[in-house]
Design a protein around this ligand. Structure first.
Ligand code: GLN
Length: 434
């Protein structure tokens, strides 16, 4: 393993996210100690490395020289701990894995409905570079080339540095370090990417691409040519998986709601014409790129990055797909994994005379609130209870749905003659819209 060699300190780190939240100054760095989590990654790498099928992409001439044996994996937890195995210092271009992040930028800037007047949200079931337009003239989704070029056209550049610099800054915030452009790969695609230009013109003809096709396509080629490592992919994915906050730097990059929208589209459209098979066998919102990378974001849990250049017929990394199938199994990352029992939202209940104090903990969603309500009803069936307080100091999140259910229960208690209140010392709020 080559942790020491990966240069995650290079370049300046952006201080503020799209929403202007400050970062804590930490930078992504793989753990040095031989953690058992690293052992899992190494075992998966060893199991998958002997697979030699697939072909390195060569339609962008500069990609053809990639080392077919390069193979790295990284995982970053929602707590911001970084793990990696194999070629974790190898740099490659982000390619289509830039698409979800630029889509997130467009949503932040214009709102979901506006963005989807220009691009659909249906899996195309077709290759990434297909002419997939719906009856309204919109590309089927923002994860295929046609849709991504439109999405890029929707982002507006501010100041002299323009749109690409904004995109570079945003993707750097997702990665937690400053990403740089691979000039050679950019120029190589700019010289040969005529199919993408054609897709751009079809979207212009359909009335959904904004501004100049050539400018949108050029910025799209540049965003695809940003240089990353597997650790960058894992941090970028972990930022989406953590609801838009980079778990390493602490910076809020996009809102929780935008992160959810992005994960939704990744889960239905991120793996092109393999999206259904992927949902079945891996079940983690993901995005692949022709450079041989895949990033996968397991909501609330891990971000994963894999790199191995040989691609299967759908343009997804052969070893990357195989590694993620195993990782999903070994790390319990399938998004439809059903917990054996819902976590209890009640930390403790204290009773002093007729006064009941119910201390809640963790994330209170509608299901958790429903549990609390039923506990309160049981407790006040005891006629000696005259007052109830619900304490939220250990609560990390309270959804609007949960808040209104609890408030309704407190009103009912009041109506029944039990003095009821909810203390909210930390001003806990659902940050869906933060
Ligand atoms: N830059 C590449 C293209 O537009 C990205 C495609 C991909 O990674 N699937 O063709």
């Amino acid at each position: 393993m080559d942790h020491g060699a990966s240069d995650h300190t290079a370049g300046g780190r952006p201080d503020r996210g799209l929403l202007g939240h400050a970062s804590n100054g930490r930078e992504p760095r793989a753990t040095d100690e031989q953690s058992p989590v690293v052992t899992v990654l190494e075992r998966i790498r060893d199991e998958v490395a002997p697979r030699h099928e697939g072909r390195v992409a060569d339609f962008i001439p500069e990609l053809a020289g990639a080392d077919p044996d390069a193979f790295g994996i990284a995982a970053v937890s929602a707590h911001g701990r970084c793990y990696s195995a194999g070629d974790d210092a190898a740099a490659f271009t982000v390619q289509s894995m830039s698409k979800p992040f630029v889509y997130a930028m467009a949503i932040e800037e214009r709102g979901l409905d506006d963005v989807h007047q220009h691009v659909g949200a249906e899996p195309s079931g077709e290759p990434f570079n297909a002419i997939s337009l719906d009856e309204l003239g919109r590309p089927e989704n923002p994860m295929i080339n046609a849709g991504a070029i439109v999405t890029t056209s929707l982002v507006h550049g501010a100041g002299p540095d323009g749109r690409f610099e904004r995109i570079r800054t945003a993707l750097s915030s997702f990665a937690g370090r400053s990403l740089s452009l691979d000039e050679d790969v950019y120029l190589s695609e700019a010289e040969t990417g005529h199919r993408n230009r054609a897709l751009g013109y079809l979207s212009l003809a359909g009335g959904v691409l904004e501004g100049s096709v050539e400018e949108a396509v050029q910025d799209y080629f540049r965003q695809c040519a940003l240089s990353v490592t597997v650790l960058d992919l894992a941090v970028m994915a972990a930022t989406l998986a953590s609801g838009g906050v980079n778990p390493v730097t602490g910076e809020r990059v996009v809102s929780r709601r935008t992160a959810r929208h992005t994960l939704s589209v990744m889960s239905s459209c991120g793996m092109y014409d393999r999206a259904g098979e992927w949902a079945l066998r891996v079940g983690i919102p993901a995005k692949s790129g022709v450079s041989g990378g895949i990033l996968a974001a397991a909501p609330g849990s891990f971000g994963v990055g894999v790199f191995s250049p040989p691609l299967d017929g759908a343009g997804n990394s052969v070893r990357g797909v195989a590694a993620l199938e195993r990782l999903s199994e070994d790390y319990d990352l399938h998004m439809l994994r059903i917990p054996s029992e819902p976590p209890s939202p009640v930390h403790s209940v204290t009773r002093a005379g007729g006064t009941l104090d119910v201390h809640l903990r963790g994330d209170i969603d509608f299901l958790a609130a429903e549990q609390v309500v039923s506990r309160l009803e049981e407790a006040v069936d005891d006629a000696r209870v005259t007052s109830v307080t619900v304490e939220l100091e250990r609560v990390s999140g309270l959804s609007d749905a949960a808040r209104s259910l609890l408030a309704a229960e407190l009103r009912d208690l009041d109506g029944a003659g039990v003095e009821a209140s909810m203390t909210d010392p930390a001003e806990v709020q659902d940050d869906e819209d933060a």
